[in-house]
Each structure stands twice: as structure tokens, then as C-alpha cells.
Design a protein around this ligand. Structure first.
Ligand SMILES: Cc1cc2nc3c(=O)[nH]c(=O)nc-3n(C[C@H](O)[C@H](O)[C@H](O)COP(=O)(O)O)c2cc1C
Length: 163
């Protein structure tokens, strides 16, 4: 039997999709992390908080799908973001619903990269004032085919899809 070292334990990122002050997103991400850790998951879970990354609006000259290593990006913030995302084997996107979609902060962070996400399993935890289903559907449509592999999605509770 091969011994498990910290290098061989898979790492999953819980990506906090909202960036505004006093957001619910971080608390929800922490709840997800604690819940999964309590279930004896054999993966390391790290919170990747977009508010801390605070990426500018996409400003690379290149097209992410044609870039295969961090050094090929022009900006230092993209190189760091690329290395961060490349270091995870799976993702949980924690996204609020803003105007029936997922927030621009999350779209921007996703758009920055392509091959770093590609083919990796992912799931969505969505929430909102009245429901997060539309945000989850949009995220799945935009980012699913050919990019990440959405393996499941959270069940909504008693949400009503009204603004
Ligand atoms: C710009 C904006 C648009 C919103 N649009 C919706 C919406 O379409 N449907 C909904 O259920 N809630 C909507 N809400 C409520 C948010 O989903 C809710 O406040 C949620 O907690 C926001 O996540 P956050 O606290 O992590 O930013 C909106 C909130 C904001 C700030």
C-alpha cells in the first residue's frame, strides 16, 4: 500500500463568487467547508476568496484557451491566479444570484483562465434573496461544456424564482 503524503491528497477549492462588503458568500463557503470536512472527505479544501484576489476586469491581450503555462500571461496578477487555480483538482463554486445570473466578479475570475480549469470536476452551491437556481443554470451553461465537468448541483430548498 502506498503511503498518503500531503502531496498526494487531492486539493479542492471552494471559490467564493461575491466580492461586496458584508456579503453572505464567505460565511456560506465556510459552512460548506466545515460540512464537507466533517464528512471525513479525503481531500484538502481551501477557500479561494475572490474579494482577496480582487482581479481587475479581464485585461490580458491573449486568449486564455490558447495559453498553457502561467508565464505566457502578461500580467503578474494573472500568473498568480493561474498558478493558484492550476494547483487544485476540483472546484466548488459558491455563487449568489444577482439579477437572475451569477455575479460579474465570478464571470471575470473564470474568464481569466481556461486550461487551468479544463476537465476538472466541479459543483455549484448557489443562493439568493429568493433563490439561486438561475445563477446556477447560467454558470452551468457558460462554464460547463468543454471547460469544467459539473458533477452535481445542490438541491434548492423552498426557493421562489422571483426578483
Ligand atoms: C446586485 C444584486 C442583485 C440581486 N439580484 C437578485 C436576484 O435576481 N434574485 C435573488 O433571489 N436575489 C437577488 N439579490 C439578493 C442576493 O442574492 C442576496 O442578497 C445574496 O445574499 C447576495 O450574495 P452576497 O451577500 O454573497 O453578495 C441581489 C443582490 C444584489 C446585490
Amino acid at each position: 500500500m502506498t503511503a498518503t503524503t500531503s502531496d498526494t491528497i487531492p486539493k479542492a477549492a471552494i471559490v467564493v463568487g461575491s466580492q461586496r462588503e458584508h456579503r453572505a458568500g464567505l460565511q456560506i463557503a465556510e459552512f460548506v467547508q466545515e460540512t464537507l470536512q466533517d464528512s471525513q472527505l479525503s481531500a484538502k479544501l481551501a477557500i479561494v476568496d475572490l474579494a482577496i484576489w480582487n482581479l481587475p476586469l479581464y485585461n490580458e491581450p491573449g486568449i486564455p484557451s490558447r495559453i498553457f503555462s502561467a508565464q505566457e500571461y502578461q500580467h503578474e496578477h494573472t500568473q498568480r491566479w493561474s498558478r493558484e487555480i492550476a494547483s487544485y483538482q476540483a472546484f466548488i463554486f459558491v455563487t449568489p444570484q444577482y439579477n437572475w445570473g451569477y455575479p460579474a466578479s465570478l464571470k471575470n475570475a473564470l474568464d481569466y483562465l481556461f486550461n487551468e480549469w479544463k476537465g476538472k470536476p466541479a459543483m455549484i452551491v448557489s443562493y439568493g434573496g429568493h433563490g439561486g437556481g438561475k445563477a446556477a443554470e447560467q454558470l452551468k451553461q457558460a462554464f460547463g461544456p468543454g471547460i469544467v465537468r459539473f458533477v452535481c448541483r445542490e438541491k434548492e430548498g423552498n426557493s421562489r424564482e422571483i426578483r
